[in-house]
Design a protein around this ligand. Structure first.
Ligand SMILES: [Zn+2]
Length: 134
């Protein structure tokens, strides 16, 4: 499976809460974690597995497609924000740059969109996410 697709799946895990009802997050996250661990052993088998998770979830499928279309592979909410940036009010200062955080073991990624959000833990490893460089 393509590295960009794998990365989009890691990022999808981090942004599930914005995309599906709260009660569905844990189940979907577990299935996506399964896709990623399968990909480590058998990259070819992971793609149909991912298709299986995304089928019947058009919003998630669309979200992944939009991440893959972005040259920087960012979540759609972040793509929209940088496009809107020129019309922010004068005197409000620069928007806080969104920072990417990752699980130290590499299976979960998330962009912190506002300073008020607490940095999370990877639901698989229970490790606090770390800021990614670059
Ligand atoms: Zn992890």
């Amino acid at each position: 499976m393509d590295q960009d697709v794998l990365d989009a799946v890691r990022l999808l895990r981090g942004h599930l809460r914005e995309l599906v009802e709260a009660r569905r997050v844990a189940v979907l996250d577990g299935r996506l974690a399964g896709v990623l661990s399968l990909a480590e052993q058998d990259s070819e088998a992971a793609l149909p597995e991912l298709a299986g998770v995304l089928s019947g979830e058009p919003e998630l499928e669309n979200w992944v497609a939009r991440v893959l279309e972005d040259p920087h592979k960012r979540p759609p909410a972040l793509q929209a924000r940088s496009e809107r940036a020129p019309d922010r009010l004068p005197g409000t200062g620069e928007p806080v740059p969104a920072l990417r955080y990752e699980c130290p073991l590499g299976d979960y990624a998330w962009y912190r969109l506002t300073v008020g959000e607490r940095v999370r833990k990877c639901p698989t490893h229970r490790l606090l996410l770390v800021a990614a460089s670059g």
